[in-house]
Design a protein around this ligand. Structure first.
Ligand code: FES
Ligand code: FES
Length: 386
């Protein structure tokens, strides 16, 4: 146990904590401040956002011991805050909440925008809110609420805006993210034993799936680029030949919709039934850029009647959507995307209907919800891990 002393909503709190306890649990369990909600506990959903030294940060990926000596402000600490009062009223007026689970984190992020980016337009508000996911509202009400407060403040330049906490809002969020050396022992061991590390800043995962057709059929199907593209949720093809493809990938993550335009090179080794796809793309709307590489090989199964497709996927993401690649959750979501692709391809090759049609937009929020559902089912023992 480690002694810590910090200020929570203006009151000094001293405690002995396990070094592994994150700030979200500390606030909820030790301080009984349950307004800080925990959703993903992976740093993705933003429900746990609080102010640390005046800057919004995710309490689920911040160790309590890392906050020793700092000032924390949770949603309960804004009762008398004029900015928050305006936002609360706007959220109510604009129907910016339904279940309210995301709302504490959303309000803290919204207040930071109202105070730090006084000239924010709708696009900037959406980018700034991209770290906070809401599964109910569709975001229009939230964005309208924040915009109405920002615009009202612009028309009243004489009104001084009180500052949250004591520290400047520009304190970098990354300061509070655990360093790699602080990662869990299991994660550290896994990464230390990996045969070769992913490139710095890239995320990699390996996956495989089975297609109910022999390898030769699957290999030929992979040559049919329009058919393969149609199986990938969010992908559309604009140009292609045997060696290159150009197209778009539409992604929805929280309040942000992005459309990555890009191109990729295709390599195929007919003798070894192996291939590689390497490409890059960018979305002008959010300024996000991505590069990626998929290496695959086909392996016969069930006496050659079926095919196992073995994939190694590696990618980097920069810009507003980079949050998607910053935690291990990205690998789980990647697996879900691969599973949807496999289901669609199986359906196409066997002439059956997929459970769900391939969508014109990759909805990361939906994949995230399915991932959370799967985890819960495993936790309560309904499903065994595969
Ligand atoms: S609970 Fe912390 S980001 Fe989701
Ligand atoms: S209001 Fe339900 S998650 Fe946002």
């Amino acid at each position: 146990m480690t002694p810590i002393s910090l200020t929570v909503n203006g009151r000094t709190v001293q405690a002995l904590v396990e070094p592994r306890m994150h700030l979200g649990d500390f606030l909820r369990e030790h301080c009984r401040l349950t307004g800080t909600h925990l959703g993903c506990e992976h740093g993705v959903c933003g429900a746990c956002t609080v102010l640390i030294a005046g800057a919004p940060a995710r309490s689920c990926i911040t160790y309590a011991v890392a906050c020793d000596g700092l000032a924390i402000r949770t949603i309960e600490g804004f009762d008398d805050d004029p900015s928050m009062a305006e936002l609360r009223e706007a959220f109510s007026r604009e129907h910016a909440l339904q279940c309210g689970f995301c709302t504490p984190g959303m309000l803290i992020a919204a207040r930071d925008i109202a105070e730090r980016v006084p000239d924010a337009d709708e696009r900037r508000i959406r980018v700034e809110l991209s770290g906070n996911l809401c599964r109910c509202t569709g975001y229009r009400g939230i964005v309208n609420a924040v915009r109405s407060v920002v615009e009202a403040r612009r028309q009243q330049p004489a009104v001084s805006m009180p500052k949250a906490g004591a520290a400047p809002a520009a304190a970098p969020l990354a300061t509070f993210v655990p360093k790699e050396s602080e990662a869990s022992p299991a994660a550290a061991a896994a990464s230390a034993t990996a045969a070769d590390e992913p490139r710095q800043g890239w995320t990699r995962f390996e996956e495989s799936f089975v297609i109910l057709q022999p390898p030769a059929t699957v290999w030929n199907a992979f040559e049919d680029i329009p058919a393969v593209t149609a199986c990938l949720p969010g992908a559309t093809l604009t140009e292609y030949d045997a060696h290159t493809v150009k197209g778009k990938m539409s992604v929805k993550l929280g309040p942000i919709s992005a459309s990555f335009a890009g191109s990729a090179g295709i390599e195929r080794d007919d003798a070894a039934l192996r291939g590689a796809i390497r490409g890059a793309g960018s979305d002008r709307g959010t300024g996000s850029r991505t590069k990626g590489e998929v290496i695959y090989r086909l392996q016969p199964e069930s006496d050659g009647r079926q095919t196992r497709v073995i994939l190694s996927v590696e990618y980097s993401l920069q810009g507003a959507l980079a949050q998607f690649s910053r935690s291990g959750i990205a690998q789980d979501l990647g697996r879900r995307l691969v599973a949807e692709f496999a289901a669609n391809l199986n359906a196409r090759l066997t002439g059956t209907s997929p459970d769900r049609q391939s969508s014109t937009q990759l909805n990361v929020g939906r994949l995230l919800r399915l991932w959370v559902r799967d985890r819960l089912r495993r936790l309560i023992g309904l499903d065994q891990p595969k």
